[in-house]
Design a protein around this ligand. Sequence first.
Ligand code: 6OG
Length: 185
Amino acid sequence: WLAFDTKRWYTNAFIIEDHPTEVKILLGYKKRGFGVGLWNGFGGKVEPGETPVQAAIREMKEECDITAPLEHCGSLLFVLEGAPQGAFQIEVYRAATYTDTIAERVFPSSPLRTDEMRPQWFAAPKAVDGSVASSGLPPIPYDTMWDDDIHWMPLMLAGKKFVGRADFQPTTAGKYEMRRYWFGT
Ligand code: 6OG
């Protein structure tokens, strides 16, 4: 019911730190553009001539000022009925370490328009037993994330490689609602 003639390649990247007492995940609050008001990994469009991992590293630097040895951990296909973007093929990356200091980029007048994300750490469940440390960090805010995230993020946090697809339809509120999905390892 929808041709993939407008499929676009995107990236989404996470820092996941596994400490003895807690697991921390770095997310960004989308300040504008597609998915505004939602927490997500860092990422964006793969530009012509770039590989997806090159794009993921570039976007992470642009959006929160760090450089990380990103490793591929998942592939997602999102089909959005009626969206100009058509379908999103998203390559997901993770790293346990990074260099430079995490910072919110604030360049309102920059032609690069990289002032998109506000980075923040969240508490994630431990892969061994699913327990979340009460370290004071907020838990992963699935209520203010894309509907699909709660289905694949636990696979990523468990250290698995995953694939999946979700189909979205526009709502009258100008948002997108997930209608069906499949995610697996
Ligand atoms: P920019 O417009 O910021 O790139 N993205 C999605 N992420 C999730 N979890 N679910 C979706 O369901 C998504 N659609 C897009 C990919 C957009 C960013 O948003 C992600 C990119 O990281 C529909 O350049």
